[in-house]
Ligand binder design. Structure first.
Ligand SMILES: Cc1cc2nc3c(=O)[nH]c(=O)nc-3n(C[C@H](O)[C@H](O)[C@H](O)COP(=O)(O)O)c2cc1C
Length: 245
């Protein structure tokens, strides 16, 4: 039996494989015969090839996750992970911490979170360092949220910058579940969805000061209090406080 050349987590340090990776566009990695064989030969579970995003809740369309970034100074904010024909990518508007961290470090983690209060807190405030845990990625430790039911760390490739935003394709490099946070089955809830919508409108209101967003927020607030639980109500209270309403 061939001795494994490399451990999976050491993939990034493996010269031969790294060179191959750098030679090719990451998006072509799946189709790259030579690299695939090398990885299979090595007994390496290549996370790039193995991670099935759907089983981590990241499906076709836009998955509203909380994205963590920043090897050194962890940050978290709600960001949509977009999947089109299976391929994941992200659009980050200029000026946010997330945008700055991804521009600099080229890594992000999508955290699957069902907590409406954490959604609002991470939109408008810095989370405490104690709310993150660190997982191996990119040869270093990367922050993910302790509260996440599942997380996927992505390398950002083919980054395109426009005046307003950057768009990056995403290559999954590590992923995990947090069993402790999966005690209940998440069932569609209009209250949670209403908080999500209201928070999106709140970020738009902050940018534009367009009053139409306030009307929509009011509408979603009613829905959140009618269909949501205690956490949805707390989340909306915080949102109103942030907007000074
Ligand atoms: C549900 C939701 C989805 C969002 N999706 C994105 C997105 O895909 N891209 C983006 O740049 N901002 C998105 N935002 C806005 C950012 O979360 C917001 O600007 C945040 O304050 C950025 O925080 P940061 O400076 O800590 O990165 C979204 C907000 C919400 C509530």
């Amino acid at each position: 039996m061939t001795e494994p050349l490399i451990e999976c987590k050491e993939l990034n340090e493996d010269k031969e494989c790294k060179e191959l990776n750098e030679d090719k566009e990451c998006k072509e990695l799946n189709e790259d015969k030579e690299c695939k064989e090398l990885m299979e030969d090595s007994g390496c579970r290549n996370t790039v090839l193995d991670i099935d995003l759907s089983s981590f809740g990241i499906l076709e369309g836009i998955s509203e996750t909380i994205v963590s970034t920043g090897f050194e100074f962890p940050n978290a904010a709600p960001i949509g992970i977009i999947r089109k024909s299976g391929r994941p990518f992200v659009r980050l508007f200029k000026g946010s911490h997330t945008w700055a961290n991804v521009s600099k470090e080229k890594y992000l983690a999508a955290n699957v979170v069902y907590d409406p209060l954490l959604l609002v807190r991470s939109t408008f405030f810095d989370l405490a360092i104690s709310e993150f845990e660190f997982v191996p990625a990119g040869g270093r430790s990367f922050p993910v949220l302790k509260e996440a039911s599942a997380w996927v760390v992505f390398k950002c490739v083919n980054i395109k910058n426009t005046d307003q935003a950057l768009v990056a394709e995403l290559v999954p490099v590590e992923a995990g579940f947090n069993e402790a946070n999966m005690k209940f089955l998440p069932v569609p809830n209009r209250g949670f969805n209403a908080v999500l919508e209201a928070t999106v409108h709140a970020t738009r209101y902050q940018l534009s000061r367009d009053e139409k967003y306030l009307e929509w927020i009011l509408h979603y607030e009613e829905l959140a209090s009618k269909c949501g639980g205690e956490k949805e109500k707390q989340a909306m209270e915080l949102l109103y406080k942030v907007l000074g309403l």
